[in-house]
Ligand binder design. Structure first.
Ligand code: ADP
Length: 253
């Protein structure tokens, strides 16, 4: 019998820290490493993965009562609420409905994918609870920016997983230093290294940092994840994906 793919939520305590960007790029980077990986856009209320992975306007087909994921051009099958509603249509559901929607995305026909990266909504609400209680992720990745406030929020996200016995695979510091679009030099308007220090304090592994770079935003908006190319930031995503793949291997996924 086919086993269910293991689930790795990519979470953050608040929005705008780059969870979706990292989820898309880590899924693409893991596919480049040869892992059979799918992507679930669990950000039910604010889906952005169809744009990030160039599958806007596509609709999943159904097989029996299961959805068949949409194939992105980057070797990653994916499902998002954004594939089921019209662009810009408001998604205003109560908690239990959002939980059911998450279940439908996860219990789709994922083919030979044995890892699902799940881009979580911000915060610690119903979708998160449904994820940890019903879907039993194998381990979670936390994204934070270097600022203190984002770190405090990240701590809350970590607590949610820890109290549900979901191991924290590690923290990624995103927007870590500003990469000058002209010369590539990294400067630190908000400081950097905060997430690494916090990870150490909390006894959680630190997986790496991604700079704040205009190229990352522009490529993401154009549906061309930097991890798919050979530009200056692909290596940073690949390095984190390698650690993730190694963790999954040693934890039975
Ligand atoms: P979240 O999913 O946490 O709400 P997003 O991934 O949607 O955050 O990112 C928020 C915005 O920041 C997007 O416009 C995205 O392109 C941009 N962004 C994310 N990470 C970076 C980065 N490292 N460099 C530049 N822009 C980034």
């Amino acid at each position: 019998m086919k086993t269910k793919p293991v689930i790795i939520p990519i979470a953050a305590g608040k929005g705008g820290v780059g969870k979706s960007t990292l989820s898309a790029n880590l899924a693409v980077a893991m596919a480049r490493l040869g892992r059979k990986v799918g992507l679930v856009d669990a950000d039910i209320y604010g889906p952005s993965q169809p744009r990030l992975l160039s599958t806007e306007g596509r609709r999943p087909e159904a097989e029996g009562n299961k959805m068949i994921p949409v194939q992105s051009p980057y070797g990653v099958p994916m499902l998002s609420m954004g594939h089921l509603v019209q662009p810009g249509q408001a998604i205003a559901w109560r908690g239990p409905m959002a939980g059911n929607a998450l279940g439908q995305l996860i219990d789709a026909e994922w083919g030979d994918a044995n890892v699902l990266i799940a881009d979580m909504p911000p915060g610690t609400g119903d979708v998160q609870l449904s994820m940890v209680q019903k879907h039993k992720p194998i381990g979670a990745v936390i994204v934070s920016t270097p600022q203190d406030l984002a770190l405090i929020d990240a701590t809350r996200a970590i607590d949610l997983f820890r109290t549900s016995d979901v191991p924290i695979i590690g923290i990624i510091e995103n927007m870590s230093g500003y990469a000058c679009p002209h010369c590539g030099e990294i400067s630190d308007p908000f400081g950097s290294g905060g997430a690494e220090a916090a990870a150490k304090e909390m006894g959680v592994p630190f997986l790496g940092r991604i700079p704040l770079a205009m190229d990352i935003r522009a490529a993401s908006d154009a549906g061309q994840p930097p991890a798919a190319g050979n530009g200056p930031y692909a290596g940073a995503f690949m390095s984190i994906a390698e650690q993730l793949a190694a963790w999954i291997r040693t934890h039975g996924g």
